[in-house]
Structures are given as C-alpha cells and as structure tokens.
Design a protein around this ligand. Sequence first.
Ligand code: RIB
Length: 342
Amino acid sequence: MSFKLKDIAKEANVSISAVSLVLNDKPCRISEEKKALIKKIAEDNNYTPNINARSLITKETKTFGLIIPDIENIFFSRLTKAIENYCRQFGYTLIIVNSNDEYTQDLNLIDLLLSRGIDGLFITISNSAYNHQEDICSKLNKLTIPYVMIDRIFPDFDCNKVYFDNVKGAYLATKNLINHGHRRISCIINSINSQNSISRFEGYKKAMEEHGLSIESDFIIEGDYHIKSGYAAGDMIIKNNTTAVFVSNDMMALGLLKRLREENIRVPEDLSIVSYDNLLNDFLIDMQITSIDQKVSELGTVACDVMLNHIQNKELECKNICLDPELIIKNSIKDIVYKEQP
Ligand code: RIB
C-alpha cells in the first residue's frame, strides 16, 4: 500500500495541507524542525506525490496541453519534441493531442485538455480554423488558464502568440530563384485563407513584382500542407512550363518530388525548387533541397518561456513574438539564362 499524505500528517501530527505545503516548498507557518521531520518521514517511507492529491492543495497539475494539427508532419513532431523537452526541465508534463487539421477537433480537444486540469495550453490551430475564427477565439477567450498560439495565428486576435515572419520567408525563397535567373516561377501555397498561406503568397508576390515579373494564373497552385496535395500539384507544374517552383512547405515538396520522379523530371536540371521548413534533407538521398528554416526548436522554447513567464512571474501582458526565418542554400536550384518568349 503506497504511503499517502495523510499517513505523513498522522505520524508528524500536523494537517494534510501542512504536509503538502512543506513537500511542495510552499510558504507556511511550520517550524524548521517540524518541516525536517515531515521530509524525513516522506523519504523514509518512499513517498511519491499523487498528482491528483497534490493538485487539490496547490491547484496545479504541472501539466500543459499541446494541440497540433498534423502529428505526421515532421515540423510538428519536431515542435512537440522541443516543447516537451523544455517544459520537462521545469517539472511540467505535456499532454499532446492531434486535431487532424479540423477546427471541430480544435474545439473538442481544448475541452478535453481542460478536463484533465492542465495549467496552460499551447495550440497550433488547424487549417480549417481560419474559416471559423470566431468560434475558436470565443473558446480561447473563455479560458481561465494561460494559452499561447504557436506558428499559426489570428493577426487581429490579442493573445500570447509566437510565430515566424512568413512574408519574409517566402520573399527570400522566391528572390533566390530570381537571382538564379528564373522568371517563370510557380508557387504551391496552402489553403487560400490560412494566415501562413496568405503571408507566404504575399512574400512570393513581393519578390516577383519587385522584379517586374508577371504571375500567370496557372503559376499559383493551392495545396493543403499535406504530401498528396504536393503530388497533385506536380501535374500542374509539369503543364505550366515554369522553370522553378516555390513550395510553401516540406510535406508538399515531398509529394511534388515523388510526382516529378515518376515523369523523370530531374531537380535541379529540369526544374529548380525552393521549399519551406528545412526538414527534408536528413531524409533525401540524391539531392538536398534549398529551403526556408523556421528554427522549430527556437519556436518551441520561446513559446514555453512565454507560458512559464506568465505562470511563474504572473506576466499578464500578451506577448506577440515574430521570429526571423532563414534561407538555407543547398543544390536544388540551377542557374538559367532566361530567353524572352517569342
Ligand atoms: O509544414 C507545416 C507547415 O504548417 C509549416 O510550414 C508550419 O508553418 C505550419 O503552419
């Protein structure tokens, strides 16, 4: 039978709440001798705190919730790992749940995590949340615990948010293709109205317009950040006679590479590519893809600092932190001497 708080209290002749406060190093009016006795009884009897019992006293479970939209996407598995490792250093456990990019799951999973008594929530909203911003914001506004939006945000919604400058990332990617002489450049974006997609498309347009390059309608291909949509985009890339493509995330780039390989279209010899997330090169064999790095570990640890600062230092002012992406040059771009179409 495991030794409980009440057993220590009985042996030390103090209240259960006094034992909990002493074992949690919380301020309390107990003599130093009695504190030492309580700790010795706990140690001698191999007492291990029951998280539920402890939370009754401290009202904390030392647990955070994390909602991610696609656990199969390396970006989110890396983000999860960064957050979990960092929070563990501060004694927090993470409950990780996957919304499958469905806003209804975002709403259900917030309730599920609240029912587990989490002390704080990290959320990367689903793609479809952008069609239901009011529902999501209404749910988040009702939370009585701190929360941090990570990576996918609502620009006009005031809350703790940590994300990357997606306009800058897409601009750097597209400008790099232009610097290599490309003029006819496709862009595979995520669902039209998701904020990251809007921003990345804006960065692509900014680079193209800066160089007076026209954006023909069949240059723009809508995906959904998943592999299959990149594969399907390959059929349109093959037809639209572009020499280069900016792909707005790695999973779609993976699907595109598969489709190109089926048609024996070589990268960069036949088509130049810049991707986004910089997470594929550990897995690619016969090439390395130039990509925008979002420093996923930094994204995770900065989000944790915002959360911990809110909880431990009662920092109640919302933090809006925009991080800088970085272009990582590899060998997926070929120089081209552009000949004007006759
Ligand atoms: O690959 C997943 C994409 O969705 C990443 O680029 C990240 O920004 C997330 O929003």
